[in-house]
Design a protein. Structure first.
Length: 345
């Protein structure tokens, strides 16, 4: 299938190996040592997040499990709490349990944001709480800065560590006027979402915590010798994409308004707080998926990666995460493509 245009960050010409290598060759200058990109990446992420130290990991799954393992050993507790649709629980095959023997305590309603009352209702001793910013599986929704302050303050008062699943923290930061990372003991950042990297992650925190994390990174096989290509590609994203996050959010809001005004579908949130939001369709998931694949075959346009199920089998949803790819689409074009999906089944 020849995809010429994509509404998704994770598909399309910008992620083709040839295009990535072309851009990489322009950035890596003669005299660059293999360790330079990794060191620069760690220092830049630590500085932007306001943390003393940061550490590169080959995957976000490894970085987050490491953070929780370190917090568990520091507190001598084995449970952590988070949203029922936490990425750690839903998308990572419960590696926290299989590899580290940790327990996950889901807190609150799976369709709503985590609240302070939800955390207070947890009765077992906790090593940490995990807060995902934004909460991807409920439409990219965000708590207010004041709500986050209250939750992290409660955790600290009760001897509970705080970890931010900041896979999309650069996108989330567009909704806050302050550095939200400062509220957390540790923050994980993905290198391949909004930054359009190939793979990898960075974990940031205080010197002692990150030093302990470095030991676990080696134990888990993450201390790879030649990580420089992954770091260098992520640095390209920091140079090119980070300054445009507010532009991406503005375009997401324009897309959502056009979709809602059209009336065929609707978005969650109605006005996106970040470049990420969900589109809800009055179509069964299998038909929406087939329509999207037919659209791709006929036009070379990738409208979304996959359709999400809904308790009402007559409906489904999909995710839009606005980056450079999505800027090629006008709001009216996106609304018309969505309205035309039933005709492509």
């Amino acid at each position: 299938m020849d995809i010429r245009r994509s509404l998704s960050n994770h598909a399309g010409p910008r992620r083709s190996p040839h295009e990535v290598l072309r851009r990489l060759a322009e950035r890596v200058t003669p005299g660059t040592a293999p360790e330079d990109p990794v060191r620069e990446l760690e220092e830049r992420v630590a500085g932007l997040l306001g943390k003393p130290k940061a550490l590169f990991f080959p995957s976000g799954t490894m970085a987050q499990q490491t953070a929780l393992r370190v917090h568990a050993e520091a507190t001598k507790k084995h449970a952590f709490a988070g949203h029922p649709q936490s990425h750690l629980h839903v998308w990572e095959n419960q590696g926290y349990s299989a590899v580290h023997g940790l327990r996950f305590h889901p807190a609150g309603d799976r369709h709503a944001l985590l609240t302070l009352d939800d955390l207070k209702a947890v009765r077992e001793p906790l090593a940490a709480i995990v807060i995902e910013l934004p909460q991807r599986d409920i439409g990219g929704r965000l708590p207010t800065f004041e709500e986050l302050e209250a939750q992290t303050r409660w955790a600290k008062q009760n001897g509970v560590k705080t970890h931010c699943d900041g896979a999309r923290i650069w996108e989330a930061q567009t909704a806050y006027e302050q550095n939200v990372a400062g509220l957390f003991d540790t923050v994980y950042v993905s290198l391949y979402k909004g930054l359009e990297g190939v793979r990898g992650a960075v974990l940031a925190g205080d010197e002692e915590t990150i030093g302990h994390a470095e030991v676990w990174r080696r134990r888990l096989g993450g201390a790879i010798a030649d990580a420089w290509p992954l770091a260098a590609i992520a640095l390209m994203g920091m140079d090119e994409n980070l300054p445009r996050m507010r532009e991406f959010k503005s375009h997401a809001q324009e897309l959502a308004k056009a979709i809602n005004d059209d009336g065929f579908a609707h978005t969650t949130p109605e006005t996106p707080l970040t470049p990420l939001f969900h589109v809800h369709l009055p179509m069964p998931r299998d038909k929406a998926q087939q329509a999207m694949e037919n659209l791709s075959e006929e036009t070379g346009i990738k409208l979304f990666l996959y359709a999400r199920s809904n308790p009402d089998e007559r409906r489904c949803s999909f995710e839009i995460s606005v980056g450079v790819n999505a800027l090629e689409f006008t709001p009216r074009e996106v609304a018309e493509l969505i309205r035309g999906l039933p005709s492509r089944v």
